[in-house]
Design a protein around this ligand. Structure first.
Ligand SMILES: [Zn+2]
Length: 244
């Protein structure tokens, strides 16, 4: 399943009746934007999840899954893999505005730092921490779902053969629940990725809030019986092996 930046799910998990707040939340800079953002090579991409065997190749695969794919000459056509997103005019508008939104998210901390401190030093400090470092942290958390959440962690649920997705609890808070990735792969249309009791999933909480406000409908919440059937045997609950 294509990984994504932290955010409250996608069109597979829930539908918006069209109210602006929920649609904006599902679009802005998050899962769907990532799905059709051009790579540096100019090709539209969904991120790959390569798994390679042997220590050196595993490290290479991990690096590629984390960051290397951004620079690969990936011929993945958006028309084939994201026709639903391309067909949504509002989604296309947001995608076109993405560079401007990025510029704005850097300019605002600079201006806020200037306004609060009245100095260039304060503006640059805010630009560094609330702009550049914030974006770097967000991106690395996102990419860690691509990389670490297919290598390290528990695999409590059944997935397709050769699927190595894992649940990595230390990333749950920073990734807004996206790091319950084994749960997501096992039940990809489920709005909640943290399928086990007590698994912190802020994205699911946001979707639940939208549902209560009438901004989201047809939400796919976990079905306890189905989740129970998806539980893997004890051998798969161990930490992911390094190669098979
Ligand atoms: Zn995945």
């Amino acid at each position: 399943m294509p990984p994504s930046p932290p955010g409250p799910g996608c069109a597979w998990c829930w539908r918006s009746p069209g109210r602006w707040p929920s649609r904006a939340t599902s679009w802005t800079g998050w899962r769907c934007i990532a799905a059709i953002t051009p790579s540096p090579t100019g090709r539209a991409i969904r991120t790959p999840l390569p798994v390679r065997h042997g220590t050196a190749r595993a490290a290479s695969g991990l690096a590629h899954a984390h960051l290397g794919w951004l620079f690969a000459d990936d011929p993945t056509p958006a028309e084939r893999y994201a026709p639903d997103l391309l067909a949504d005019p509002a989604m296309r508008r947001v995608a076109r505005a993405f560079p401007a939104l990025c510029a704005l998210s850097l300019a605002l901390p600079f201006l806020a730092g200037w306004a609060i401190t009245g100095t260039l030093y304060g503006a640059l400090t805010a630009f560094l921490w609330a702009g550049l470092i914030r974006i770097a942290l967000l991106q690395h958390v996102t990419w860690s779902v691509n990389s670490l959440c297919h290598v390290i962690g528990a695999r409590p649920f059944k997935t397709r053969r050769h699927d190595r997705s894992t649940n990595l609890w230390p990333l749950a808070l920073l990734s807004f629940g996206e790091s319950w990735h084994n749960g997501h792969h096992s039940e990809p249309s489920c709005a909640r990725h943290g399928l086990n009791r007590g698994q912190f999933d802020p994205s699911a909480a946001v979707i639940g809030l939208f549902e209560r406000l009438g901004w989201a409908g047809k939400v796919h919440w976990p079905d306890p019986e189905r989740i129970q059937r998806r539980r893997a045997g004890p051998q798969r609950q161990a930490h992911a092996p390094t190669g098979d």
